[in-house]
Design a protein around this ligand. Sequence first.
Ligand code: FES
Length: 173
Amino acid sequence: MTIDEQAPAESVEQLRERIAADSLTSRRDYLRLAVTVSGGLAVGTAAVASGLFHRHGDGTAAPKLVAERLEPGQSVAFSYPGEEDRAVALRMADGTLAAYSSVCTHLACAVLWRAGRGEQGELYCPCHEGVFDPRTGQVTAGPPPRPLPRVLLEERGDGIWAVGTLRSGQERA
Ligand code: FES
């Protein structure tokens, strides 16, 4: 016995109309979702292309005061080029200043400055024992696959300023 035989003809017709209306709604909802997602992707792509978001190495960030001074062995955490871009500036025992992204290139844990390690100190990631050379950002131990991206510094009369960034492994031009 089929539905057609069981239910009155009017009910079957109403059921068919409801199913048709539901499938139309689903298609309409699907199209609306597809248009919304595509629009969001297009807006995001345009924002990235227009440089709305700064990235390490893009050289477009404005200078930012990092610290008034740093003594040998001292470090300071700051954000650069964006507020979400964690970085660390340090002064080695011989007076050399350096700064890097403090986001580990392995799995993005926070990289710390350990002044008492080695001759000049080291940049250390406690998550998996990653170690970076404070002079170059190069990996000296552990699993990180790439050097830390460098933040360019300028020491001026009024303090130490971040003035730009390089990509991981990129040397100054
Ligand atoms: S996250 Fe830094 S060594 Fe793994």
